[in-house]
Structures are given as C-alpha cells and as structure tokens.
Design a protein around this ligand. Structure first.
Ligand code: ADP
Ligand code: ASP
Ligand code: MG
Length: 464
C-alpha cells in the first residue's frame, strides 16, 4: 500500500479536489490510505477568527465564519452528484460549524484564548476537509471512510506542538486502518491533529499534516509515502523567491531534514523521522502535474555531481550576543545560556562562539527576544556588575541562511565560494554557525539582505 498525503494547496477549490479524485483513482491498485490537510487558507482563517472572537470583533468573526461555511458547502454542491449523500455531508458539516460557533462564543465570553482552545479551533479545518473528501470519493464510486485522528493519534498536552506517543498511536493505526485497507476501503485521515489521554484536542504544529502522513505510512508498513503538493518536488530553493530554482530528483533523508529545519517549507522537518525508522521512501509529487516523477527522499540518495543541493532562509529571528573581556574567567557560560533559555522554553536555532571565547551569539525566534534578554540579564547579573560580561546585546530582524548537501563535507572551497558570492552581492555576514552539522553551512545576515543572499549563493552554485 501507499500512504498519500494531500496538502491544503491540493485541496483549495473544486477543481483541485476533482484532480485529487482522479489521482486516487489512477493509483487505486496501490491500496492507498489518504491523509489530508485543511483546504488552503482555512487553518489561518480559523486561528484569525479565534483571535477576533477574543477581541469581540463580531462583524469580522461573522464574515470569516460565513466565508468558511460557503467555501465548504460550495464543494458539496458542486462535486457531490447524489442528493442524499450531498444532504448528509452538508448536515454533518453544519453540525460541525455549530460546534465551532459555540467554541468561538466561549472564547469571546471568557475573553481568553489558551493554546488549548486554539488547538481545538484549529482542528476543524482538517475535520471539515476530510469529511468532504471521503464523501466525494464515495460519490465517485471509490469506497472511502472518514477517520478522525483524535481517536488514533495519542499525544502529550503540549498544545500547538504536541509530541506523539507512538506506542499507543501505532497500535491504533494498525487496528483501525489495516482492516479497512484489506476491504479495499480508502481511509481519509485527518492530518495535523491528535488528542491527549483525556481526550483533549491537540495539533502537531503548523504544516504538521506531512508528519501525520509519515506516522501513518510507517505504522501501516506502506511501501512509500507520497506527499502531494503544488510544486514538482523539492527544489534547490524556494521557487517563489529564487530565480532559477530547479527540482531535485533524489535527496537523502538527512538532506531533506536539514533543508526543512532551515526553512524549506515544502516538507515538515519531523516527517523524515518515522520514515527513517522504517526505511520507507518519501516521494514529493505535484497535484497540478501528476505525471512528473517528483523528488524521491530515501536513505541513499544516488550520487550526483551536485554538491550543494539547497539554499534556504528563515526570517524573523534575533541574534543575542553575550560578550565581555572577562568572559574567560566566567564558568560554564554556554551551559548557563542554554539552561536559562530552556527554562523559559525558547528554541535556540543556532549558536556561534568566537574562538577567543570573548563572545557567544545565539539565534532565537524574534518573538522570544524580550523574554530571552530579560532572563539572560538576570542569570548573568553578578558577572555583568563585576564587568566580566557586558550587557546582553540584541539584534532583531536577522535571518539564518543555510546551504545543505551531503557531499559538502568532502569538498573543499564551499565556504570560500559562499562567502565570496555574498561579498560580491554586498551582503554583510553578521555571524557564522560553529560546529554546524557536516552537511550544512549556516550563517546570519540582516533580514533585508536575505533574499539577495539566497539568490547570490544559488547563482554561485548553479553549475554544480
Ligand atoms: P502544502 O499545502 O501542499 O503542504 P506548502 O505550501 O506547505 O504546501 O508547501 C509547498 C510550498 O513550499 C511550495 O509552493 C513552495 O513555494 C514552498 N517551498 C519552499 N521551499 C521549497 C523548496 N526547497 N522546494 C520546493 N518548494 C519549496
Ligand atoms: N492545516 C494545517 C496548517 O495549515 C496543517 C497542514 O496544512 O499541514 O498548518
Ligand atoms: Mg505543507
């Protein structure tokens, strides 16, 4: 069997949904299991509507709510020919919209929107989307069944970025999905969502449906996991921003994980983990161009002459610097930085330390800057008053640029070529990562220089 995940971009309107049906029909002999996201834009609208409800922006809430309803009901009206089936879907979706309205009223009354409520509200997108895909498939003569992963994927209670409990989840996936697949019924499984032991709704993080796809693919022992999206595969850079970006025919799991960690949005970074464990190839394919072979992600990407495979950037970051002439005498500076930031749950994305040990720089999400600086100032208060350490410095609006390729480690001159490309493009490098993994080089630039930096590096490695 094959597990196929369809992203929001493949489910955006009635034409795309009709294409999805054709794709499932074409591959029906593979006994597919379908994992699907919300229709494109719906998760953003749900989260925005939740915030507007707390602010009691009644008119805007109503507009968003009606627009979401209209978008889904239009799909039922346009794509479902059998009137009884169409009515049944609209009834189920109406009941779900009523439930959503109650939740939105609740957060508005309480004037409180916790991560827990946000997850409950965000989950509606996948539920509405998968209910309609199952109905459309049934209407097209493909037996299908809606599967709500809140009954399948068990997580902890870290709302917004919940951690999966595989011992419960894998067993349930096998118990619930395999009998359906045996009977040639296509399960249509909600991506992105799960639930805690006590039944609270959780989400696996934004873009988390890719991860659901590989969790399902691994637990069911699928031959391959296919991620259907709106580009021909993983490309050398984000095609929306970089001229000349090309599709890569094959990359390794490690390369894919590294690229996605550093911002290649085409696949969620956690997707590779279950696939690696069970050695299941992942294929990225284009719903808009289904005959294209796409990109194969597997344990052994074939040798290509291409050394640098990808250039990415992540924006909205801050650089926090701790420096001072007396730092050599201050014990355990790095350990204290990490412990302090871990305590306030700030994710350190990159670290760089000058060899003189007079300076440690860390890169963190910009939204956490203020908290991080406050916590570090208080941790190093005594060292700052003793003048061993200067005040903690903050630079906002920076980006990490990363270049990724498995064979970079054995190739000379990659760093040299990168830095001369940046110098020629007039980009100032703010910091360089230390001890970054052997398959990537990452550095920090001012955010306004990031597009220029990515393009310049991409152009420099064009011939590889
Ligand atoms: P989906 O809704 O299918 O999950 P996403 O929007 O999450 O789709 O991911 C697909 C998008 O990722 C593409 O449209 C593309 O703009 C963007 N992207 C960013 N980096 C890359 C890359 N290296 N290769 C391909 N696409 C990329
Ligand atoms: N719908 C969710 C999101 O927009 C999950 C996904 O699309 O993968 O983040
Ligand atoms: Mg995605």
């Amino acid at each position: 069997m094959i597990t196929m995940k369809f992203g929001g971009t493949s489910l955006g309107d009635t034409r795309r949904l009709a294409d999805v049906v054709t794709i499932v029909k074409t591959h029906i002999s593979t006994k597919p299991a379908i994992v699907a996201s919300a229709m494109s834009g719906i998760t953003d609208t749900l989260l925005e509507t939740a915030r507007l409800s707390v602010q009691r922006e009644t008119e805007k809430v109503k507009n968003n709510f009606e627009a979401m309803k209209e978008k889904h009901f239009n799909v039922a009206d346009t794509l479902i020919k059998d009137s009884a089936r169409r009515e049944e879907l609209i009834d189920r979706q109406s009941a779900i919209f009523d439930e959503l309205a109650s939740l939105l009223r609740g957060v508005s009354l309480l004037k409180e929107l916790s991560p827990r409520s946000l997850d409950a509200i965000a989950s509606f997108g996948e539920i509405l989307s998968c209910l309609q895909i199952a109905a459309i498939l049934n209407d097209s003569g493909i037996p299908a069944e809606f599967i709500d992963t809140r009954k399948v994927i068990r997580t902890d209670a870290r709302f917004g970025e919940a951690v999966v409990d595989f011992s419960v989840t894998d067993t349930r996936i096998r118990e619930i999905l395999l009998p359906l697949i045996d009977r040639s019924i296509v399960p249509v499984i909600t991506g992105f969502i799960g639930s805690t032991e006590t039944g609270l709704t959780t989400t696996l993080g934004r873009s988390g449906s890719d991860y659901t796809g590989s969790i399902v693919g691994a637990a069911t022992g699928s031959a391959e996991i296919w991620i259907w999206t709106d580009v021909d595969g993983v490309m050398t850079a984000d095609p929306r921003y970089v001229k000349g970006a090309r599709v890569l025919s094959a990359i390794s799991y490690r390369e894919a994980a590294e690229m996605s960690y550093f911002g290649a949005k085409v696949i969620h970074p956690k997707t590779m983990l279950p696939a690696i464990e069970h050695d299941i190839p992942i294929r990225i394919k284009n719903t808009f161009n289904p005959t294209h072979p796409g990109t194969l992600i597997s344990s052994s990407a074939p040798e290509t002459k291409q050394i640098v495979k990808n250039v990415t950037s992540i924006d909205h970051l801050s650089l926090v610097a701790i420096e001072g002439n007396g730092m050599l005498g201050v014990p355990g500076v790095s350990a204290r930085i990490f412990t302090t930031l871990a305590r306030i749950k700030v994710n350190v994305m990159m670290i760089s330390q000058a060899s003189s040990e007079h300076n440690v720089c860390i890169v963190i999400p910009q939204k956490d800057s203020e908290n991080a600086v406050d916590a570090l100032q208080s941790e190093f208060k005594t060292d700052i008053s003793a003048k061993n350490i200067d005040a903690v410095k903050l630079q906002t609006e920076v980006s990490i640029i990363a270049i990724v390729g498995e064979r970079m480690k054995g190739t000379r001159g990659i760093a040299g070529k990168t830095f001369s490309a940046l110098a020629q493009a007039g980009v100032n490098v703010v910091a360089i990562a230390q001890g970054s993994s052997e398959l990537n080089i990452s550095l920090v630039v001012e955010q306004e220089d990031a597009p220029k930096a990515v393009q310049a590096i991409h152009d420099a490695f064009q011939e590889l």
